[in-house]
Design a protein around this ligand. Structure first.
Ligand code: ZN
Length: 431
C-alpha cells in the first residue's frame, strides 16, 4: 500500500498529472468517464463513473443500493494542488555567460527556502492548436529528469544567512534552466524542451504551441526513511496522500447502501474560488443531476443532502519535536498516532462535536486510533476546503487529515502507519 502511494506521488508532480493518475486507476477499475456535456442517462445501482473539470479536478461516484433520497452520499473530499512556482509567460531571462533563468510566480504558500539547491523539473499542461480557436488540444507534460535548480547565494556573501533571510519572490527564486550554446537556442530554450518532450509521444510543431500552465516540481522521488522505515519523505503529501487514501478506500470498500463520492478539488492553496475548486457549484450540480437521473425529482436531491456526510480530508500538523512551544498544550497529534480530527472555534474547519463523534466512531469500528487537533490559541493556523464546500452544499461533515511535519515544504514528512490507518477508516466510512 505504501509503495502504491509513493508511486502515485512520483507520477503526480502537479494537479493535472495527479488527476490523470487518478483517472487512469479509476478507468482500470471499471469506472466510466462521463462527459458532463452529455445527458447523464440512466443511473443504476452499482454504477461507477467519474467526471473531471479543467483537467485539474476529478469526481468519482459509485451508486449505492438504496435510493439517494433514503441514504444520501458519503463524500470524501481532498485537494490535488500544492504550493509551487508557476512559469510566467515570456519566462526566459538570458544573463551574462548566456545563462538562462526562468521567470516564475509563486503558487500558494510554499516554504520557499526548501526549494533551493535541489534538482527540480517542469510539469503541467501545454495547449496545442486544434481544429479551430474554440477547440485547442491539451497535452500533459512531465519531464522526468533534473532540469532546473534554484541556487543559493554562497554563505561568504551573506554571513547572516543562518540568522534568517528575507526572500524576494521576484529576485531570489528564479531557477537556472541552461546555457545557450547555439544562436538558434536564444529565446527558445524552454520551448525547445517542451517540443522535444511532447514529441516523444506524438509530433508537435513549435508554432502550434499556444500556451501552457507549467510549474516547478521536486525531481527527487518520494521515499520512506527511519530505522523501521516508519516515515514518508515527499513533496505534496499535502494533499495527495489524502487523495490517494480516498481512492484506495473507494476501490477496496464493498458495495454499500449509500452512494460513494470521492471529490478531488483544485486550487485549495489559493482559496478554492475557481470553477474546479471547492467554491464551485460543479460538485453540487453533478450530485443534483445524479439524484434527478435516479428519481426524476429535485426533492430527492434535497433529501439526499440531509442524509449525507462529508469527510474533508486535508493534512494536519503533527507535533514537531523541535518546536513543542508552537502547539496547543493538550491537543497536539503525533506522527503515527492515527488520523486527526481538526477543530476551530471560528469554524475554519467543518468539524463540530456531532460530526467529530461520527468520525471517531468510524475509526473505532475500523480499529484505528484517532487524534484531535486545535491550534495554539496565539497561532493563526490555516484553513481548508470543508467549510467552503459546506457553504454552498450544507453537508454534515468533519475536517480531518493525517499529521505531517513541514507542511508546504518542498519535502514534507508523514508516517507510514497513518496512511494505513486512514485507508482503513475511509474504507469503513464508505462501507
Ligand atoms: Zn492541504
Amino acid at each position: 500500500m505504501i509503495q502504491r502511494l509513493l508511486n502515485f506521488l512520483d507520477v503526480s508532480p502537479v494537479n493535472f498529472l495527479a488527476v490523470k493518475a487518478l483517472a487512469d486507476v479509476l478507468t482500470k477499475s471499471g469506472y466510466r468517464r462521463l462527459d458532463p456535456r452529455h445527458p447523464l442517462g440512466n443511473v443504476a445501482v452499482g454504477d461507477k463513473f467519474f467526471v473531471t473539470k479543467n483537467d485539474s479536478s476529478i469526481y468519482a461516484f459509485e451508486i449505492g443500493r438504496k435510493p439517494l433520497a433514503d441514504a444520501g452520499f458519503h463524500i470524501i473530499c481532498a485537494h490535488c494542488d500544492s504550493p509551487t512556482f508557476r512559469i510566467k509567460p515570456n519566462a526566459e531571462i538570458t544573463c551574462e555567460g548566456d545563462i538562462v533563468k526562468l521567470n516564475t510566480e509563486v503558487y500558494g504558500g510554499p516554504i520557499m527556502s526548501t526549494w533551493f539547491d535541489r534538482p527540480l523539473t517542469l510539469a503541467g499542461r501545454v495547449i496545442v492548436r486544434g481544429e479551430d480557436a474554440m477547440s485547442p488540444v491539451t497535452r500533459l507534460l512531465h519531464i522526468r529528469r533534473p532540469l532546473l535548480q534554484i541556487s543559493n547565494l554562497a554563505i561568504h556573501f551573506n554571513r547572516q544567512v543562518n540568522d534568517g533571510v528575507k526572500l524576494s519572490k521576484q529576485k531570489d527564486t528564479l531557477p537556472l534552466l541552461g546555457i545557450v550554446t547555439e544562436e538558434l537556442e536564444r529565446g527558445n530554450l524552454l520551448m525547445n524542451i517542451i517540443v522535444e518532450e511532447l514529441s516523444k509521444e506524438s509530433a508537435v510543431r513549435h508554432e502550434d504551441i499556444l500556451d501552457f500552465d507549467l510549474y516547478l516540481a521536486d525531481a527527487t522521488p518520494a521515499c520512506t526513511f527511519g530505522v523501521h522505515d516508519e516515515f514518508i519523505s515527499s513533496g505534496r503529501l499535502d494533499d495527495l496522500s489524502m487523495c490517494y487514501a480516498g481512492l484506495e478506500a473507494l476501490l477496496s470498500s464493498p458495495a454499500s447502501d449509500t452512494t460513494k463520492v470521492l471529490a478531488i478539488f483544485d486550487n485549495e492553496e489559493t482559496g478554492s474560488q475557481t470553477k474546479q475548486g471547492a467554491g464551485s457549484p460543479f460538485l453540487a450540480t453533478i450530485l443534483k443531476r445524479i439524484a434527478l437521473a435516479q428519481s426524476g425529482t429535485e426533492e430527492a436531491f434535497f433529501q439526499a443532502v440531509e442524509h449525507s456526510f462529508m469527510v474533508s480530508a486535508d493534512n494536519a500538523h503533527a507535533w514537531h519535536p523541535n518546536y513543542s512551544e508552537k502547539y496547543d498544550p493538550t491537543n497536539h497529534p503525533v506522527l503515527g498516532g492515527g488520523p486527526v480530527i481538526k477543530f476551530n472555534a471560528a469554524q475554519k474547519y467543518a468539524s463540530d462535536a456531532a460530526s467529530a463523534a461520527v468520525f471517531a466512531e468510524i475509526c473505532r469500528e475500523a480499529g484505528v486510533p484517532c487524534q484531535r487537533f486545535v491550534n495554539h490559541s496565539d497561532v493563526a493556523g490555516g484553513s481548508t476546503l470543508g467549510n467552503i464546500l459546506a457553504s454552498s452544499l450544507p453537508l454534515r461533515g468533519v475536517d480531518m487529515g493525517n499529521p505531517i511535519l513541514a507542511m508546504h515544504s518542498c519535502r514534507e514528512t508523514g508516517a507510514v502507519a497513518d496512511h494505513i490507518y486512514t485507508v482503513r477508516a475511509f474504507t469503513r466510512f464508505y462501507q
